[in-house]
Design a protein around this ligand. Sequence first.
Ligand code: SF4
Ligand code: SF4
Length: 190
Amino acid sequence: MNIESHEAGHVPPKPRAALKVCGDCNLCCKVYDIDDLGKKAGHMCQHTGHVKGCGVWGLHPQICQDFKCLWLKHDDLNALWRPDIAGFVLRLDPNGTTLNIDVDHGRPNAWRVEPYYKQIKLWSEVFPTKGLVLIHSTDGLWVVTPTEDLNISNPKRGDTLETGMEDSLFGPRPFVRVIPQKKAPTRRRA
Ligand code: SF4
Ligand code: SF4
């Protein structure tokens, strides 16, 4: 699977299956801050219907109307990757260079479970030259690299991440540094 190349237009995306719909999933109604509703990440939206779905459909905020996770958009992510089953939501940054994995607050280790972890590591081999694979979980922000998963405990919105390789006693190792928003010469959202 190569999500990034699909998004960048290098490989024509397969048409979305007509029946690929959210179904019983509503994880994106839980894992994100929604400022228009005063809703904090980790809390299910108050408008979630009794049988899931949106209780204010048609009047729901624009940000909700615009959101489609990668599972919904990509046919090559099978049913195992539906966010409520996997335990996380996949999304790309608008520039298509960072793969974000937003983990269910109730299942913080979901991304470490197979078959997910193996595939996430494979994605990290594709992304380093073009972007990042980031895990947003309750135990902080993880930058996944092919050899190590690097943890940042308290990133702030708007901080920039600088990543690369540096020398160590054990040879070259990946590093990640947080550049606070004010000092960042260029921007890449954490
Ligand atoms: S996370 Fe994806 S599949 Fe689940 S409700 Fe949101 S858009 Fe639909
Ligand atoms: S308003 Fe509807 S779509 Fe938006 S988070 Fe709430 S339940 Fe989900």
